[in-house]
Ligand binder design. Sequence first.
Ligand SMILES: NC(=O)c1ccc[n+]([C@@H]2O[C@H](COP(=O)([O-])OP(=O)(O)OC[C@H]3O[C@@H](n4cnc5c(N)ncnc54)[C@H](O)[C@@H]3O)[C@@H](O)[C@H]2O)c1
Ligand SMILES: [Zn+2]
Length: 369
Amino acid sequence: MADIITIPVCLDNRSYDILIGKGLIEQAGIQISTRFNVRSVAVITDENVAKLHLAALRHALETSNMRVVPIIIPAGEKSKSFEMLETVVRQILAAKLERGDLVIAFGGGVVGDLAGFAASIARRGMPFVQIPTSLLAQVDSSVGGKTGINTFEGKNLVGAFYQPQLVLVDTKALSTLPLREFRAGYAEMAKYGLIENSDFFEFLEKNWREVFARTDKLDSAIATSCRAKAAVVARDEHESGDRALLNLGHTFGHALEAFVGYDSARLVHGEGVSIGMVMAHKFSNYMNHLGHAEVLRVEAHLHDVGLPTKISHIKGSKPDVETLLGFMAQDKKVINGKMTFILTTGIGRSFIAKDVPTSAVESFLKTEI
Ligand SMILES: NC(=O)c1ccc[n+]([C@@H]2O[C@H](COP(=O)([O-])OP(=O)(O)OC[C@H]3O[C@@H](n4cnc5c(N)ncnc54)[C@H](O)[C@@H]3O)[C@@H](O)[C@H]2O)c1
Ligand SMILES: [Zn+2]
């Protein structure tokens, strides 16, 4: 077993560790049984991850004398729904899991968001562990306790803050992740550089080929990302301030995801974030906060790794300005014609702009579509 990196998430009595290393799925039984006194474990996963990795996790947990109840959901964003939430919670209850038993989210961000929300409401809250298997989930969604589902009105509009008690990041699991999904996770990783760590963005510009080749540089980039996320979450768990910086690119990105109806054949979350981050930099330039050269630098890097960077890169019909604005208003409250946006004055220098006029967003969008 290679070295394990431990990153604490400091949240008073809800503090927990993120463990990062190769082979942590095989070690899950030991890691969990030394920390929790549980007899039964619901493992919520999706069809793809179940086929590739469930047997290994199941074996590890059963070897440590846990009863494993697998709950397998269809893969994809559409599973973050009220219907699937009901299915999952009812399977937890039907399997007679007790309040002190454990819920494990084993998969990407979809599984993590849904399973975390289910854990927060089943029996009024059950202990919860994240074993993220997509790059996006490993660097972002498994840490920080945001859980939830989508509705017709928009993404993540129903949910809860519910922290896991442990996060096991097995970087070996990424060997089976399709390239398109790897790239999508990479977008969230680059986000940490763009928000507040220009050195990390530069590291990615220099080393992205090795990161994509899944060398040790990948593990180190995942650790940097988790440290960044843990620090922001510790500063502002419930997003009353700084945590909003993590939404860089997300207001535009979420609107694009809603526009395609969460159809992952057309756009997955990280791709929406990639286009959204480029738009956020262009919009910062439009609002006179950022030079054009930096917009080009961000766009060039995301393009180099193969991510979409423009609305025109989305296959199929194009959105109109009004539709996108409608989704954006749902994502971010509009107060007196003003919206909150994450803008930037340079790479690693993002800030929260609270009073961006909707009219400026509208005229900017007209230049983009
Ligand atoms: N809670 C948060 O803080 C937070 C943060 C960012 C994103 N999110 C949410 O995360 C979701 C996106 O997560 P995602 O990109 O992981 O999507 P996902 O869960 O749909 O996973 C992407 C695809 O990769 C597959 N997959 C996962 N691990 C695999 C592996 N090891 N090998 C092969 N295939 C594998 C999945 O089956 C799926 O088809 C969105 O719903 C987004 O809103 C939440
Ligand atoms: Zn995201």
